[in-house]
Design a binder for this molecule. Structure first.
Ligand SMILES: [Zn+2]
Length: 284
């Protein structure tokens, strides 16, 4: 029975790093952070979660959550019915790969701690998993997460034809790898990015999933998306119409039901780790 986790990065509208700035911008002519598509996409996503009854894992940017809470407090309950994870404070590039800013380990700790406190307060639930913004990880991230009592990180790609197994980052913190499908030079991540941008058809995406399901040996297949991507097309810088949003909802719905029809169990990452512990006796 293949295990699949639907993970949702809940961050500002298409976040982009700005050279020399700690906080992310949104991709727009003004380069200011915006949250319109994040919120529109979250509403659209809630219908999928309700209809399928599955629980997802949300990796939440603390600032985005503050905006959601301030603008439409009722939407927070959509998030809290699922697993809560952290995705930074202001979507900062921890490794400074794209901003050129070097963030010291104590400063990284302080940023993630503050984000954790904000998310805990608004959701009334302490995040247990972390995903680095831009998947920009640092060598000391495992130690920082241990200090803050996180159980796992999920920010590192692993090339694989089968659902990857968690591995220790040290100090009881586990890495839940993001599968990367080796397709020659054009590797395929399981972010739904390509589907929403029209760069991969739903059938091509399903063919990739088929390979993972056929090779499953008890790992966890992590599939990822962003709420804003249901409501925004990057390639044409377009805020989508309600009908276009609905088309993206249908694509995601189709993927989930396909996986369920193939016998997959969709569950939050934390629940998988509990099962894995039961199975192997390993201490997660
Ligand atoms: Zn992000």
């Amino acid at each position: 029975m293949p295990y699949v986790a639907l993970t949702i990065d809940l961050d500002r509208d298409y976040p982009v790093p700005v050279s020399g700035a700690l906080k992310a911008a949104s991709y727009s002519p003004e380069c200011k952070p915006s949250f319109t598509c994040t919120i529109k996409g979250l509403k659209a996503l809630s219908s999928i979660l309700e209809e399928t009854g599955i629980k997802a894992t949300f990796f939440i940017e603390a600032r985005a959550l503050q905006h959601i809470n301030a603008q439409e407090e009722a939407l927070v309950s959509i998030i809290t019915r699922n697993e809560i994870g952290c995705h930074g404070l202001d979507h900062e590039d921890l490794a400074g790969k794209y901003t050129g800013i070097s963030i010291s380990p104590p400063r990284q700790l302080a940023l993630i701690k503050k984000a954790t406190e904000i998310i805990s307060k608004i959701t009334r639930s302490k995040p247990t998993g972390f995903r680095a913004p831009y998947l920009s990880t640092t060598p000391n991230l495992g130690e920082i997460l241990r200090t803050l009592n996180y159980r796992y990180d999920s920010s590192i790609y692993l090339e694989s034809f089968k659902p990857p197994h968690p591995y220790p980052l040290g100090c009881k913190v586990y890495e839940i790898p993001l599968p990367l499908y080796p397709l020659g030079e054009r590797k395929a991540s399981l972010y739904t990015w390509t589907l929403h941008e029209g760069k991969r058809s739903i059938d091509e995406f399903k063919q990739i999933l088929d390979v993972y399901l056929a090779n499953d040996d008890g790992g966890l297949l992590v599939i990822s998306t962003h709420t804003w991507h249901l409501a925004y097309r990057i390639s044409s810088n377009l805020k989508l119409s309600p009908q276009q949003v609905q088309e993206n909802v249908s694509l995601l719905y189709s993927l989930i039901t396909y996986l369920e029809d193939k016998g997959s169990t969709l569950l939050p990452i934390g629940e998988y780790l509990k099962k894995d512990k039961t199975k192997t006796g390993k201490s997660f």
